[in-house]
Design a protein around this ligand. Structure first.
Ligand code: XIL
Length: 302
């Protein structure tokens, strides 16, 4: 196949990109997106600050733009994200425990209802664990006020709202075997043993020279898959350039393809032109939408 999406589809996977609604008027952006990718993740448009900036007032305009673009072209949509400490409007942090619980459940319900039937996988909870060796939960309004049970409650509410959507836990620095991924692993194992709904784990996979593709990446994906969940590479970007960057992309694609429950890969942007990363060149297309060595390596590996 001659495009990322078609090549991934031949392997039973999707190949997606994070998409920003405000670039959908740029023709080179749109043509690259439409040609190469068969899944999209709204980069910011489904986050809490975008969808419920004021309590009880839901605004879906920009997220709808991304979803409509994708649906009109037969692309899948990943939902990102329902419960996260970041890009959280300040009114949420100001609530007391009982209000926070009902606000969290209402947010999940309203957003998932709006997109019911249109989302293949939802990042229900994002980044709930700390970095480092503790394996502890990260401080957030949800963790601090609702306690450890907030993740289970969020997943139960999500399942009740849209039973057809795959429900994922998503995080970064969990790509190899380490204390943080062990903590997520224990959470998933506990959920599966108690029948708490969870279908997938997202591995963000933001890599750079300080945090390269781990040598045990595939083994880590496989141990999660062996718990009975799908795994997805959800926000892939790799800082660098040239052959080194291309080889790292090859390693990521090979790892996913080697794990039968690795159902798809999403890169965190279409073009280096709009990458969120400081170094600015972690993606597959350069700032002029030319294919980089990383693109060719990815297509070849698929
Ligand atoms: C990033 C977006 O790419 C930026 O545009 C925004 O300013 C900050 O968030 N982990 C996640 C993503 O789950 O939502 C983040 O996206 C990158 C890190």
């Amino acid at each position: 196949a001659s495009t990322l999406g078609a090549a991934a589809a031949e392997k039973g996977r999707y190949f997606g990109a994070a998409v920003a609604a405000n670039h959908l008027g740029e023709s080179a952006y749109v043509s690259t997106l439409n040609t190469e990718f068969n899944s999209v993740t709204p980069e910011n448009e489904m986050k809490w600050d975008a969808t419920e900036p004021t309590r009880g007032t839901f605004t879906f305009g920009s997220a709808d733009q991304v979803v409509n673009h994708a649906q009109g072209r037969g692309m899948k949509v990943r939902g990102h994200t329902l419960v996260w400490h970041s890009q959280l409007p300040s009114w949420v942090a100001g609530l007391g425990t009982a209000d926070l619980r009902s606000a969290m459940n209402n947010h999940i319900t309203q957003v998932m209802q709006h997109y019911k039937g249109k989302i293949h996988s939802w990042d229900v909870v994002n980044e709930a664990f700390q970095d480092g060796s503790s394996g502890a939960r990260r401080s957030s309004p949800f963790q601090d006020k609702l306690g450890n049970g907030f993740i289970e409650e969020a997943f139960r509410t999500a399942r009740a709202t849209d039973p057809a959507a795959k429900l994922c836990y998503n995080d970064y620095n969990t790509d190899g075997v380490n204390a943080k991924s062990n903590a997520v692993y224990n959470l998933v194992r506990d959920f599966k043993s108690r029948g708490v709904p969870i279908d997938c784990v997202g591995f963000q996979s933001h890599f750079n020279s300080a945090s390269p593709v781990p040598s045990d990446y595939q083994a880590n994906l496989q141990r999660f898959a062996d718990l009975g969940v799908d795994v997805q590479i959800t926000e892939l970007d790799i800082e660098g350039s040239g052959t080194a960057q291309a080889n790292s992309y090859t390693n990521v694609v090979r790892a996913c393809l080697a794990v039968s429950r690795c159902t798809g890969i999403t890169v965190w942007g279409v073009t280096d032109k709009y990458s969120w990363r400081a170094s600015g060149t972690p993606l597959l297309f350069d700032g002029n939408y030319a294919k980089k060595p990383a693109y060719t390596a990815t297509l070849t590996a698929l």
